[in-house]
Every structure is written in structure tokens, then in C-alpha cells.
Design a protein around this ligand. Sequence first.
Ligand code: LMR
Length: 348
Amino acid sequence: MSPPVFSACSPRADRRQWLRGLAATALASGALKAAPAHGITLRFSHVVAEETPKGLAANRFKLLLEQRSGGRIQVLIYPDAQLYGDHDEMQALQLGAVDLLAPSLSKFGRIGFPEFELFDLPFLFEEVADVRRITQGPLGKRLLARLSQQGLVGLGYFDNGFKQMSANRPLLAPADFVGLRMRVQASRVIAAQMRALGARPVTLAFSETRRALASGVVDGTENPVSNFWTQRMHEVQTDLSLTEHGYLGYAVVTNQRFWMSLAKSDRALIGQALREALAFGNLIADTQNDKALAALRAAGTTRIHTLTDGQRVRLAHAVEPVHQALANRIGLQWMDELRQALNQRLSG
Ligand code: LMR
């Protein structure tokens, strides 16, 4: 794997060379190897560890699909950004160097779908059931359908869970964030959230985060505990504050050309295995985060802080302006629909 780079994008002049490099990496890693005779090989790349909700859901998908197809369809999984990371996985998918990805919903804004950043609005969802009102309703379906504009097919949503904040100090009040450089995903909403708290957002790929924390390039970050634990961030962060301030979920995407090249019956087989794998991922997501928290407590490296209701209310208050300030970026119509869908929880 090439050493991490901290720049968020490649200069234009280097683009052709970079794309050649992308294909070469894929070849060298065996990602473009031929399918089994008369069979299909699906290459599924993701950036997290196997012992996370996403890693386990991907492995379940492989198991189900290979069993049901009698081995005719093979799934090769590349976890932990082994093959592609945040900077290049979408391009790799569009180029056909990989067939399936499951990026976080926060990573679609950067490729031209800022409406996906509605999922990043802080203190918007009280529980995962609220997220379901969006992902399983017309709004969620329309969001996935929009991906066809970039030659992608959105195959489904699934959860990790709620994010927590870490740093080398407790983060319990807005004043605690002032001056901190906080690693964020490439989402303007998350960046605005950090600014509203007085911190400086620094966009970095997930695979670069632990190293950036260890070397002091950034001071803190946010993620659900399963990601924090499996990336060994606890070795480089003294404090984890259980803020539960935002949601982290994923969309599984494939390349439209590739998808339509498959027989209808294979699309149905893959779709069914995926639906079951995502349901499995949703089922175990909380448990994985709970297990990670228990492991973290047992490791004793990191102080864990539970916020009082009052502390959460004050954090929520500090980031409230983000909803209004980013409404134009997300799109006013999407925001209206979002509010309507969430209001049903109050009336329903
Ligand atoms: C991150 O980049 O922080 C996460 O979205 C990684 C992931 O895919 O869970």
C-alpha cells in the first residue's frame, strides 16, 4: 500500500498519471483478476476493520452470496483501505477497478451529492428509528436514485451508529473544543459543526486518521466507538466523550455499467444477499459498538466521559446554527422533506 498522503485531491496535471497508477495498483493487488470460469467475481472494497458493523456485514454478504450461488459468484473483500481509501475509492468504482463500496453517507457530498450531508446534521436524529424514517421512506429512495447521475447504483443503506468525540482532554462543553484541530470526513456539514464548537476541522482520509492523531497533525476526532477501537485510536487519545451528537451510516454502491451487465437473475441474487447482509449489519451494529466500549474500558488507556443531559443540551445549542447555515448546501427542498419525515415521529 502506498504511504498516506494528506492532500485531499490530486492536481489536475497529475490526474492522468494518477489514474494509470490506480489501475496499476488494482492489477498489482490482483483486484482485476479474472472471474472463475463461467462465474462472476465481485470486488468489494471498504476502509474499516473487519470487526466493525460494516466489516461484518460485508463478510456476511460474501458468505450468503457464495453459498447461494454454489460458488459461481465469488466475493473478494478488501477491508481497511487495503485497496482504495477515501481519496480514490469512488473513482475506482466509476472506472470499474472495483465493483462494490460502502462509503459513509458523509462522503457523497464531495462527489456532487451535497443532499446526502443531511445525515450529518448534528443532534438531528434521536435514535436510529428516526434515521429509518428517512432511509426507508421516499426521501431515502430518491437520494439513492440520484446516484445514477454519476454512473452509480445505490443498493441500500445500513448503520454504524452514533458518533462520539475524542481528544487528549474531555469534550463536554463548547469551550473544551476551542482551538482543537479535529479530523473530519469530507463533509461541509461536519466541518461546520466543528467550527460552531470553536474547533478547526481538518479533512483527512479515514486510513490516515490514527497516524495524524499520533503525530499531532490533529488533536481529536469523532466516530462511533467500533471505529475508534478497531483503528487503535485509544492508544493515541486520552479521552473519549460519549456525546452521541451525530449519526454515521453507509450506502452500498456499485457501477451502473457493471450492474446492468449482469443477468437479471444474478442481480436479484446479489440484491437479496445484500439486503440480508445489511439487515444483519443493522442488527449487530449496536452490539459491536457496545463490545468496543467494553474493550476500551478494559484496556484502561482512555478516560470515558458520559455527558449529563444539560451538557448535551449545551452542545446541541452551540451547533444548532449549522442546520440553518447549511440548509442551502443541502437544498431547501430536501430540508423541508427531512423535517416533514421527522415530524411524523412526533405526530405518529
Ligand atoms: C470515517 O471516515 O470516519 C468513517 O466514515 C469510516 C467508515 O467508513 O466508517
